[in-house]
Design a binder for this molecule. Sequence first.
Ligand SMILES: [Zn+2]
Length: 245
Amino acid sequence: MTAVTKKQIDTLAKVQQIEIETGKLKAYLNKVPARINSLEQELEKFIRSVEDDEAAIEEFNKQYRAFEADVQLNLIKIQKSQEKLRSVKTNKEYQSSLKEIDDAKAVNSKLEDVMLEILEKIETAETAIKDRKQHYAQIVDESNREKETIERDAEQREEILVELESKRASIAAEIDAGLLEIFNQVKKKQGDLVAIVTVQDAVCQGCNMNIPPQVYNELQRCDSLKYCPSCFRIIHWQEQNERSE
Ligand SMILES: [Zn+2]
């Protein structure tokens, strides 16, 4: 058994407490980039969907204008044919002009049907993005604000982390090097951050198993290093009045 003082074990427990806190902070901070990334991706997706819909509407408008120009050309053609009709000399010419007019009118009628369909598509698409466009600025704003909040919060936690780490270093400096080494080894074996735990009512607070009465009695003397026989963590005695700290 390593001979240690109660003061050394208490100091080690303080280091442990800080490490648990810094561990939580680090785990939290590690997730921050992913949170910001998903926020940005969500916003990009929204912006892209509005842009895509606007591009589709623009394309329908282009098609509409092209058909409209075709209709105008046909109207001019009809007008010319009607003028020609007044000066034709033969029946054959007359019939041919009439057919030109009828053909052009038929084409225009089809074009106008298609144009109506396009107008309906434009209307449907505009209704679909109207709501999104109305809330566009608000959604962008909210997303950016949330990102700022996350970043500001992360900065504050980074500062706390730096403070805690320097506090840990200065407290750890008071601990015997051999005891710190044992602490680090137990941590490594545990595979988590917790190597020293308290015992309350003879129950190990690391694994919730009972500590044998003899070990529990020796533990209260605080003059040597004791381990939980179940989880092998260092156990330490904490006075009732110290527990609320
Ligand atoms: Zn235990």
